[in-house]
Design a protein around this ligand. Structure first.
Ligand code: FRU
Length: 482
């Protein structure tokens, strides 16, 4: 079984820079067939046809459509030669497959196209990305680059990258441009690392999108906060500035920061970017097992977030089927008392079909494996219930004395166990929960997005059952989503 797949998909680190051309269309088609048969495929999440998906990139609302790109290594479930894959949609629900968008073509892109963002300006969609090349000593040289989307939806690249950042105060780990316009200038924020190997967010400024001047670090109070910051995203919300970023190398802290790498945010007053970034505490965005590299954009109405529902350096059971990872569902952001709330994008309500209303008791209730549940709790202080399978264990939800926990030990296939089997969220009380279940993924939104937990799971059986472990009644609504 394993050998068969190894012939089909690229799994070995030393083969990770194989190009699509060298792999060839026949093998790719065979791999696609293999992936189609995977029992873990989702029905309403964005997932790769083959190979590995990671960060959402280039998010934009342009000429009446949403554009979304993602990091993609087509040839197997490993972090190989990265491309951007393109999808577009009118409603964030039904996605048109627009095909490959950015592929490594130029010398300075020979070792992959990394993450970046979109900017709509004067009727054009600009895409910013990090292009990588490895030199003879295998040192990575990262160039910050730009492409335009032409009328046919194809990428038109510049002949040269915008710039290569080379500065004595920083290492060569620098990537993931996010660009926006403010006060008549274009601004770019990049993830990076200083010479002391501490994570930093670096600011650049331009008058014309082509010539960029370094402005220094974003002046946060987080001097020693992980060794590298990836995917920074700085935006305004309700008169505040929010920095979202993915710091690597944070120490675990009590019930927090349990994943291999964290993703979180800082909220600060809106001042000039050259001033101190006067922020409150770092908070994680999502308390689930599988969440990283989120990116947001504004569609003229809302600040919307997508994230990679996966993490680096962890093997997932779907790897055996030749593919890995999905994107999160879209979330609408709100800021209340300096805290980000993330609710499922309202368009997701349109997916609801066949409403059923019941109370969760101690007898099993079958809910299938593709649905939305809405739970309303009468008693707000303690609960315990499970999503159970016939004989592959259960996913257990517990809320007691202000601590919510999600336990996936013994639920289906074992993976990611080096980082523990429980995740937690602190909540003064629990009133409601919306749960999206899509075959191998679960997203749990508590109290309208006060806390969110996103996780993958891998079970054979298609049926899931709800069981209340205590005697209090929990009101449930259930909808089919497909
Ligand atoms: C985050 C990340 C980015 C990088 C991309 C490469 O997951 O490591 O920093 O641009 O993935 O795929």
């Amino acid at each position: 079984m394993r050998n068969k797949l190894d012939n089909l998909a690229i799994r070995r680190e030393e083969d990770r820079y194989t190009s699509l051309e060298d792999f060839g269309p026949a093998k790719l088609e065979a791999l696609e067939d293999k992936v189609k048969k995977s029992k873990y495929r989702c029905l309403f999440h964005i997932q790769p046809k083959t190979g590995l998906l990671n960060d959402p990139n280039g998010l934009a609302y342009f000429k009446g459509r949403y554009h979304l790109f993602y990091q993609w290594f087509p040839l197997g479930p490993i972090h190989g030669l990265k491309h951007w894959y393109h999808l577009s949609s009118k409603d964030l629900l039904n996605w048109k497959d627009e095909g490959l968008f950015l592929k490594p073509e130029k010398d300075y892109e020979s070792h992959g196209i990394f993450s970046g963002s979109g900017l709509v300006e004067e009727d054009r969609l600009y895409l910013f990305y990090t292009a990588n090349r490895r030199d003879d000593d295998w040192k990575r040289i990262s160039s910050q680059s730009m492409a335009l989307m032409n009328d046919k939806g194809q990428a038109e690249k510049l002949d040269q990258p915008l710039f290569v950042f080379d500065h004595p105060g920083y290492t060569s780990e620098i990537r993931d441009p996010k660009v926006w316009k403010e006060d008549g200038f274009y601004h770019m924020i990049l993830g990076g690392q200083n010479k002391e190997e501490r994570g930093r967010a670096l600011l650049f400024k331009s008058k014309n999108l082509y010539d960029w001047d370094f402005q220094g670090d974003l002046r946060t109070r987080l001097d020693d906060f992980g060794f590298m910051w990836e995917c920074p995203d700085l935006f305004s919300l309700k008169d505040k500035r929010v920095l979202i970023f993915s710091p690597q190398g944070l120490d675990r802290r009590g019930y927090d920061r349990l994943n291999i790498y964290s993703s979180g945010y800082l909220v600060a007053d809106k001042k000039d970017l050259s001033e101190d970034f006067n922020h409150g505490d770092y908070r994680e965005l999502d308390q689930g097992f599988d969440f990283y590299a989120p990116q947001t954009f504004n569609d003229g109405k809302d600040q919307i977030l997508f994230a990679w529902m996966g993490l680096p350096e962890i093997s997932y059971p779907s790897d055996e089927d030749g593919w890995a990872h999905i994107l999160s569902l879209p979330r609408r952001l709100d800021l209340r008392k300096d805290r980000l709330y993330q609710e499922p994008h309202p368009n997701l309500l349109d997916l609801r079909k066949n409403e059923k209303i019941f109370e969760m008791g101690q007898e099993k209730i079958e809910i299938g494996n593709y649905c939305e549940l809405e739970l309303v709790f009468n008693k707000k202080t303690s609960h315990s219930f499970s999503l159970a399978t016939r004989d592959e264990g259960s996913l257990d939800f517990t809320y007691d004395q202000g601590l919510f926990s999600l336990d996936r030990s013994g639920f289906g296939r074992d993976f990611g166990g080096d980082f523990g089997y429980e995740r937690y969220a602190f909540l003064p009380e629990i009133e409601t929960m919306r749960i999206f279940i899509d075959r191998s993924s679960i997203e749990i939104f508590i109290n309208g997005g006060e806390s969110v937990l996103s996780s993958r799971y891998f079970i054979d059986d298609k049926d899931l059952f709800l069981i209340n472990q205590t005697s209090d009644r929990i009101k449930v609504k259930r909808w089919d989503l497909v």
